[in-house]
Design a protein around this ligand. Structure first.
Ligand code: ADP
Ligand code: DP6
Ligand code: CO
Length: 365
């Protein structure tokens, strides 16, 4: 189910939050959900600030299922900023994005001056595999540091712009439900931030099924892939200027009307066009694999057997499928998925009562 993220953990007691001469350290843990775009962000007009060439819109995923948990600790005893991702230390000095997020937060606060921060972050889903780990990861980092440093937004969405500088898609993870990222027009990026179109409670029946086709790290990161696309794909330029603006309006309207067929069709078309721009990139990039393409064909066959659009799909920059479905069709959809794509023994889906589901799938033909 898609839900709004729960409220953040309560901040630590005032004595450890305020930078008094006695405060020698403080620690804060936050959780952030990931989000899956149904109109894709792909391409930057400014690579330093992560300003996009088109607006995008996404579903925030219930963070009980897919989330990043990040703990930030500031201490006078730390010698340098450090970050551990999934138990492995990353080289912070080599990561411009992490440094930019730190600099933006510190530039907006007088707290903890001169002290260093340690970050420990864990994703409970595949990292760098096309399930938007950078979105959950940088949303968590920006939010945690923003709270630790008691940053007060000087305009609505300022924290979202800090997350955006870490990873573009992260700006959309700071709100729940259906979230648009308006591309904005300012050079400093202050108007390029997330806006909640509607909370998840607006359409609680809308659910996603995530099919992990591969949890391996992708060969081409989103950052690198979209940059080559901007430089070489005429289709991407056409899409950004002439396709996405109308699609954004149609998509927001479909969500607000809870028009599933329109919503799912737009999502499928946008995913397909995004992957077409990958093929149009030179040299081409292949994020989808044979199983991904089989899932696409399966969804179309399922819908035509149903005589209506009951399932949609969208694929980010990776082979993993995100299926869109309404609750009333979720069992039927899952049953059909498991019939065509049997889950590996030991995987989560294999715990589902498959015989009953397969019967239902067979009864439906
Ligand atoms: P994805 O499709 O998973 O978003 P990207 O190529 O956009 O893939 O980004 C993956 C990168 O994002 C990782 O290699 C890592 O550098 C960064 N990242 C992922 N999770 C986190 C996290 N929890 N904290 C900090 N950085 C993260
Ligand atoms: C296909 O936000 O990961 O998931 O801004 O370079 O960090 P950077 O890229 P990233 O790109 C996401 C691309 C996408 C579509 C989307 O989430 O809108
Ligand atoms: Co990403």
């Amino acid at each position: 189910p898609l839900r709004s993220p729960p409220p953040p953990l309560p901040p630590p007691p005032p004595s450890s939050r305020r930078h008094t001469p006695r405060a020698l350290m403080a620690q804060l843990t936050v959780a952030s959900p990931t989000n899956i775009a149904v109109i894709k962000y792909w391409g930057k007009r400014d690579t330093a600030l992560n300003l996009p060439i088109n607006s995008s819109v996404s579903l925030t995923i219930n963070q009980a299922d897919l989330r990043t948990v990040t703990t930030v600790t500031v201490s006078k005893d730390f010698e340098k900023d450090r970050l551990w991702l999934n138990g492995e230390e990353e080289d912070v000095s080599a990561s411009k994005r992490v440094q930019k997020v730190f600099a933006m937060v510190r530039g907006r606060s007088r707290q903890w001056e001169g002290m260093k921060v340690h970050v420990v972050s864990v994703n409970n889903f595949p990292t760098a595999a096309g399930l938007a780990s950078s979105a959950a990861g940088y949303a968590a980092l920006a939010f945690a540091l923003g709270k630790l440093y008691a940053v007060e937004e000087s305009y609505p969405g300022e924290l979202s712009t800090i997350a955006r500088v870490g990873s573009g898609s992260a700006c959309r993870s700071l709100a729940g439900g259906f979230v648009a990222w308006d591309m904005g027009s300012r050079e400093d990026g202050a108007d390029s931030c997330a806006r909640q179109v509607a909370p998840a409670e607006h359409w609680p029946e809308l659910q996603v099924l995530i099919l992990v086709v591969s949890d391996k790290k992708k060969a081409v990161s989103s950052t690198a892939g979209m940059q080559t696309a901007v430089e070489t794909s005429p289709l991407l330029a056409h899409r950004a200027a002439h396709v996405v603006p109308a699609r954004m309006l149609a998509m927001e309207a479909a969500y607000l009307k809870k028009d599933f067929a329109a919503f799912a069709q737009l999502a499928m078309q946008d995913s397909n066009q995004f992957h077409a721009t990958c093929l149009d990139t030179f040299p081409p990039i292949f994020y989808l694999n044979d199983v991904s393409r089989a899932v696409i064909q399966f969804v179309h066959a399922f819908n035509s057997a149903c005589g209506e659009t009951r399932m949609g799909y969208t694929f980010d920059a990776g082979p993993n499928a995100v299926l869109l479905v309404q609750q009333q069709h979720a069992v039927q959809a899952l049953a059909a998925v498991l019939t065509h794509f049997p889950a590996e023994p030991g995987s989560e889906a294999s715990y589902v009562n498959r015989p009953a589901m397969q019967q239902e799938a067979m009864a439906l033909g």
